[in-house]
Design a protein around this ligand. Structure first.
Ligand code: ATP
Ligand code: MG
Length: 437
């Protein structure tokens, strides 16, 4: 350690602003959600991919586009301490997934359906639902050109909301068309904004020629009227793009997925074309987008690969879970089946081997631990058993130990009887301790 590090006052050793500790019981909610996602992904045949958290900076500059909020001001960049290579903490994972797909020729035998979960880093102004380190879960379908895959991804997200009990998530969709169509629209857009220079804010003026489409994404309330009246990209789409968009729409309609077409939906990243979509809610204030995605058929080329169609989405884990909470949906923490109450330290070898057998058959059990004065009073042990949330106390008392038994006392259902069971027939009664969630 350098002198500088050791000289840091202890009081300063707090987490970095915007980067939060995830503690129990909140961490159980995240685990619960992640396990739901894993099940869902398996049912849709999406497989897990894990790419590094650190990537070379040019990956994001080339992948996301230079004139984006992320690349302009949100990335955590640093140099490799040995060779000075520019490196960045990933602000999103799509670019890394595509890099990995290229690096390992993942698509040599056809398209791949992938998903990831993990932390992303953006130097934003921290507030509720907006952090500097935040978890995203994303799904990417690489190598599939058809609108049915865009639909599959949207149906998958919709199934996820249903599975965790979210009802008020709205879907907005749009088509960004193809580059030539965007160019024609862009010309019309620039001409329109040039006629209204006085109404443009500083950000919009700066982007007028570099990325006018992004002006439509403005959050400035004073400019909403102006952007509402701006030329719409949908009016510039050719036949193929329209067909793609309409195919997506009809699949959603046949499946009863409600959506609205939002012609101003453009997404923050440059790499999107054709379908773009967002799931939003009114319940989270201004941080209302819980999941967003779209098609990015040009990203592979932009990163040096062969033209490869691709589509995906990413959801913000914090926002989805916050929504699950505000919707009054109880997120199940992982419940404890049993708590072992032990009168005498000398019984510990037997207690530990019994608990081991219980855990081997799937029972979750916490044991009471000794202090310097021994095991503590029965009263205090039962208090702990109660606080642990366990549904049963397993009592290893003198009489039980002598007789080779254990007493099972229900802690939640007080009308249920207390029973004594022989340790020798553990396999027969252990399953009755398990909760079925
Ligand atoms: P926003 O417009 O809210 O900044 P974005 O367009 O930057 O979102 P994406 O890059 O599309 O967001 O990321 C997908 C999802 O990840 C978002 O819809 C949101 O739920 C979540 N997300 C994005 N940035 C943050 C953040 N700083 N903190 C927490 N969640 C975030
Ligand atoms: Mg953002």
């Amino acid at each position: 350690m350098t002198d500088k590090v050791s000289a840091l006052p202890v009081s300063k050793l707090t987490a970095v602003k915007g980067m939060n500790d995830l503690l129990p019981p909140d961490s159980s909610a995240v685990e619960w959600f992640e396990s739901k996602v894993r099940g869902l992904m398996a049912r849709f045949a999406y497989r897990n991919i894990r790419t590094p958290i650190v990537e070379r900076t040019p990956l994001f500059v080339r992948g996301l586009g230079e004139v984006t909020d992320i690349v302009e001001k949100e990335m955590y960049c640093f140099e490799d301490r040995l060779n000075g290579d520019p490196l960045t903490l990933r602000p999103e994972a799509t670019a890394g997934v595509v890099r990995a797909a290229l690096e390992h020729s993942l698509l040599y035998d056809g398209g791949k359906r992938l998903y990831y979960m993990g932390p992303m880093f953006r130097h934003e102004r921290p507030q509720k639902g907006r952090y500097r380190q935040f978890d995203q879960i994303g799904a990417e379908a690489l190598g599939f050109p058809g609108a049915e895959v865009d639909a599959e991804l949207i149906l998958m997200a919709t199934a996820l909301w249903a599975e965790i009990g979210l009802t008020d998530v709205r879907l907005e969709i749009n088509s960004l068309g193809q580059p030539s169509e965007r160019l024609a629209h862009r010309k019309a857009l620039v001409a329109y904004f040039e006629q209204h220079m006085e109404a443009l804010d500083e950000d919009a003026r700066r982007r007028l020629y570099s990325n006018p489409l992004r002006i439509l994404d403005t959050k400035n309330p004073l400019m909403q009227g102006l952007v509402n009246e701006a030329p719409k990209l949908l009016d510039f789409l050719g036949e193929a793009s329209l067909l793609h968009f309409n195919t997506l729409r009809s699949i959603l309609e046949v499946n009863g997925v409600a959506y609205t077409v939002n012609p101003r939906l453009v997404r923050g990243m440059d790499y999107y074309n054709l379908s773009v979509f967002e799931f939003t809610t009114d319940r989270l204030g201004s941080q209302g987008t819980v999941c967003a995605g779209g098609r990015y058929d040009y990203l592979f080329e932009q990163l040096g690969g062969k033209p490869t169609p691709a589509v995906g989405w990413a959801l913000g884990v914090d926002r989805v879970l916050e929504l699950a909470k505000t919707a009054g949906h109880v997120v199940n923490a992982s419940l404890l089946d049993a708590y072992a109450v032990v009168t005498d330290v000398s019984a510990m070898p037997l207690v530990l081997s019994t608990l081991q057998s219980l855990r081997n058959v799937g029972v979750s059990v916490q044991m009471h631990t000794s202090s310097v004065d021994g095991m503590g009073s029965m009263k205090s042990q039962f208090k702990r058993a109660d606080n642990s949330g366990a549904r049963y106390a397993l009592i290893f008392g003198h009489d039980e130990i002598l007789a080779g038994n254990v007493t099972i006392k229900p802690l939640r259902d007080i009308s249920a009887p207390q029973v004594t069971r022989p340790l020798a027939s553990l396999a027969a009664w252990a399953p009755t301790l398990q909760s079925n969630i």
